[in-house]
Design a protein. Sequence first.
Length: 406
Amino acid sequence: MKKQLSFLNVTLILLLSACTIEPIVPSVVPEKPPVSIVPPHIVSPDVATLRVTKWGALTGWATDDMRPAWDAFLQSCTVLKNQQLWEEICALADLMQKRDSVTLRQFFERHFVPYQVLNSDGGGDGLITGYYEPLLKGSRKPSKRYRYPLYTTPDELLIVDLGEVYPELKNLRLRGRLEGRRVVPYYSRSEIEKDVGNGAPRLQGHELLWVEDAVELFFLQIQGSGRVEMEDGEIVRVGYQEQNGHPYKSIGKLLVERGELSLDKASMQGIKEWGRRNPGRLNELLYQNPSYVFFHERPTDSLGPLGALGVPLTAGRSLAIDPRAIPQGTPVFLSTTWPNSSKQLHRLMMAQDTGGAIKGGVRADFFWGFGEEAANQAGKMKQIGKMWVLMPNGYVPRIKASSGDN
């Protein structure tokens, strides 16, 4: 009877049409590292297929410099080594003395098997975008210049892991708030940012910092972590803490659909320029993305922003993926092109992050690092690419036959 009541409660929650139910995939980087992440031995067949292949099929594999990727791989091993599948291989990696590119490549070829990542329709091409760690100007006190707050997670935000109530729903999480005795959706971006009366913001008292630019704050929420420079030169690092539960919607795509930006201009830089030309319409545009991210302050001596795996991201070698398709922490070989270019970009990456907009098999977000050049590359990156995930010998995924198989 108790189990039936539990199921009824979950069912009633799910039937709240306005509430947002979403997979447990952080829209941006979470701060606290998990104790262990178990790679899915069965890839979701409606998302992707992993098809075993040969090393010679990996375009550019033989020419990539493995050394920067090795450091990122060792970061993944700090989490993966706790799992039986990875325990031996991570121990061997720690013992490696000779770490030139040729030797490291031989290590992967000896201990791993490459699988091409295919979309659910069997296609091998997908979208590769970029992200970065931004720098904003800010203050610990509001002023005429610093008017836009970063908020910490409000106490009233409810987070329900439905899998704890009913195992069949283990990949679903609900976020909302109580209204009387009802669970209703948490406030959207527009509801959070609009005053509730007497000029008071809805989340007054939960301010962490204030920054000077609304568009930069918007993109900080998309990136998930960043740095804020105070007027006295102090640098404060902030990271993802929680999210309001609403789905991410692309305002760049919306501007293209409205005919206000061409597809080639629908980048971060293009959106910022549109905002400068249309200051009176900016809020209305930003409100079209109801997703909102809450932050907390991070140690200033952090090696870098933490990804969903719980390890520091490595510029140019960390990748955000859909964990329903690719196990977190695994090496992924990426074959794509440089942003807005036909120049080939072939790199061994590590699947160390996830993203609210990163959905599907051949779909990834390339972490470019910190600074103006990283922002420039990330903002322009919207390339077509192929991906291969490298799994330890002995890994046996469920392989779904595709039209390309003989």
